[in-house]
Design a protein around this ligand. Structure first.
Ligand SMILES: [Zn+2]
Ligand SMILES: [Zn+2]
Length: 387
């Protein structure tokens, strides 16, 4: 059983075949891939000349024509974004060209249209990080030997449960904040250790009584967490203090009337990505700090490619894509980035209220650093500082 409520509404996920990562790898290991794995620019040229029966001069011409640099359309792209005149052939009767011409004209004439069009660009808010490693020449680092699988893992922004009212849900923006490249041979804990969430980088306690006191972060104090993948809770038990956060859900799911079926548990630190059976595109869950829930999705799985992927084990899990964020500003001065969240303060118009350091101290404390009235204060590190 692979229970996801309402998954039948998404046939591209529901009907997607479940893939066992180890079987996927074994399938490719049984094929002779020696040629593909050993290909470099020189041997690729030789092979292409042999297969196509062409000489070296022709292959150089083809390489020059297909140079990716020639696909660089930075200038035209900026013209498109800012609505400058972009010359498109007007003698072509294709509807797509007519739509593009009309779109550019609208961009030129209507600022609002141009702004909305730009905001709707799918990858506008993402930064793609280079998959190549600068230190590729250092030979003493452990390298990836043989075949392996590379899985893309998207980690989404945590869900806000306050947006749920019974069965109904207000519109929630699903934003993949980080996308990782993980190796099939790696443990799930390797991914967990790389996920950064603003909830755990600060102390999880009210700091209003002594805001300058050093406190351990929530990440250092509360290390229990789990991944929920293919009806199995993978709990992190590396620390003796960790608790089984999934137990309460297991107990809740035992009620047959809920129709959830049997759920399993396993140790995160003993499970490799190769041990998983996954559906590409299906939502799974990562839960930490008790109730901070991140949807995770595997959008892609492929073989490790020695020609383009970093060969060093230490480079994985590798952050491959991050979302661009605008820093949350102090609500009082609207200049500095927020460093504090204040709750239960009757002197403030909103809750939660975000303060920078200066405004926080000047508004909430007197000259002797004594609290003015009742309030709770939590340290805040804006995600733009680390994502
Ligand atoms: Zn989180
Ligand atoms: Zn301020």
């Amino acid at each position: 059983m692979d229970f996801v409520k309402g998954i039948d509404k998404y046939p591209w996920v529901d009907q997607c075949e479940k893939i066992n990562v180890r079987q996927f790898l074994s399938l490719w290991e049984s094929q002779d891939l020696s040629l593909e794995l050993e290909l470099n620019e020189e041997s690729l040229d030789r092979k292409a000349m042999e297969i196509c029966n062409i000489n070296e001069e022709t292959i150089e011409d083809i390489k020059e024509d297909l140079d990716p640099e020639k696909l660089n359309r930075d200038k035209e792209w900026k013209d498109y974004l800012y609505g400058n005149k972009l010359s498109l052939p007007n003698h072509i009767a294709l509807r797509s060209v007519a739509a593009q011409v009309s779109h550019i004209e609208k961009c030129e004439q209507n600022d609002k249209y141009r702004r909305i069009a730009n905001q709707s660009l799918k990858y506008r808010n993402y930064t793609f990080l280079n998959n190549q490693d600068a230190s590729k020449n250092s030979s003493d680092e452990p390298k990836i030997e043989g075949l392996d699988v590379i899985l893309n893992v998207q980690v989404f922004r945590p869900m806000h449960h306050s947006l749920h009212v019974g069965e109904h849900r207000k519109h929630v923006n699903l934003i993949a904040e980080q996308e990782f490249l993980c190796l099939g041979r790696q443990l799930l804990t390797a991914l967990k250790d790389e996920i950064i969430c603003s909830v755990e980088v600060n102390p999880a306690e009210d700091c209003s009584d002594d805001p300058e006191k050093e406190r351990p972060s929530a990440r250092e104090l509360y290390t229990s967490s789990f991944f929920f993948i293919d009806d199995c809770f993978y709990n992190d038990f590396r620390s003796a203090n960790n608790i089984d956060c999934s137990q309460v859900i297991m107990d809740w799911a035992k009620n047959k009337e809920r129709g959830i079926g049997t759920l399993r548990t396993a140790k995160m630190e003993e499970t490799r990505f190769n041990d998983l059976s996954i559906r590409l595109g299906q939502p799974y869950v990562y839960v930490h700090q008790g109730d901070c829930e991140h949807m995770i999705v595997f959008p892609e799985m492929r073989l490790f490619c020695p020609q383009t992927d970093s060969p060093f084990l230490r480079d994985y899990p590798k952050v491959f894509k991050t979302v661009n964020r605008n820093a949350c500003k102090c609500l009082m001065c609207h200049i500095n980035v927020a460093k504090w969240i204040v709750l239960e303060n009757k002197r403030l118009p909103y809750e939660p209220y975000f303060f920078c350091n200066q405004c926080f101290m000047s508004f909430n404390y007197d000259s002797e650093k004594k609290k003015i009235g009742h309030f709770k204060a939590f340290r805040y590190l804006d995600e733009s500082a680390f994502l």
